[in-house]
Design a protein around this ligand. Structure first.
Ligand SMILES: Nc1nc2c(ncn2[C@@H]2O[C@H](COP(=O)(O)OP(=O)(O)OP(=O)(O)O)[C@@H](O)[C@H]2O)c(=O)[nH]1
Length: 206
């Protein structure tokens, strides 16, 4: 069975955990533990093929055994690079991450396969009244970095979130990359722990 590894990257508070939790549990909770990096696992069927998906959610704060961005990039087969449309600095971070992925993971490859494994996601579209990053800027960065572009809201767009993750998993699996597995980020969480994480934190309205 295929193992597909997807890293969800971006600066603090952009909604990485919210997107992952929404995809895995259908729920948008509002507040998520972020004191440790973790890998969530899910069995999926894509185009009739069984896949073991590993989703990596980094820890923004300093934590024990924290992996570096370079290690995270080397570990993954596919990338969801997230920014918050109401936070320009998160967009600049996303830009730097996209460039680093192209350099480290894809070695400057110009193939179409390479283009399909980086997804740039402008999250919190429901906060468009506070928008600091125009949709066009996101599209421009995606085209420069040869990424697929999405603008969505983990809070409000369940279907779009599922479609986005399903597509990155499909693309990463079709990439057929039989690369040598390097050190993977430490930490692993079962679904039970994920749910504890989600409910262990105070709910915050958005
Ligand atoms: N309005 C709105 N808030 C969101 C959305 N997605 C996430 N949030 C909120 O943004 C805050 C940060 O979300 P997280 O999922 O913890 O962000 P993160 O990127 O995992 O943060 P770190 O783990 O600290 O890096 C939380 O208060 C979420 O409720 C969204 O689509 N809309």
């Amino acid at each position: 069975m295929n193992d597909i590894k997807v890293a969800v990257l971006g600066s603090e508070g952009v909604g990485k955990s919210a997107l992952i939790v929404r995809f895995l549990t259908r729920r948008f909770i509002g507040e998520y533990a972020s004191s440790s990096e973790c890998i969530y696992r899910k069995r999926m069927s894509i185009d009739g093929r069984q896949l073991n998906l590993e989703l990596y959610d980094p820890c923004s704060q300093p934590c024990e055994g924290k992996s570096t961005l370079n290690e995270q990039i080397h570990w993954a087969d596919g990338f969801v690079v997230v920014y918050d449309i109401s936070d320009r600095s998160s967009f600049l971070t996303a830009k730097a991450i996209v460039h680093l992925i192209r350099e480290l993971h894809l070695g400057g490859s110009k193939s179409r396969d390479a283009d399909s494994v980086i997804f740039l996601v402008g999250n919190k579209q429901d906060l468009c009244h506070m928008r600091e990053v125009d949709r066009e800027e996101g599209q421009k960065l995606a085209s420069e970095g040869r990424c697929q572009f999405y603008e969505l809201s983990a809070a409000e767009h369940y279907q779009e979130v599922v479609l986005m993750f399903s597509k990155i998993v499909r693309n990463a699996s079709l990439g057929g990359k039989a690369k040598e597995r390097r050190r993977r980020p430490s930490g692993s969480k079962s679904m039970a722990k994920l749910i504890n994480n989600v409910f262990g934190k105070r709910r915050k309205s958005v």
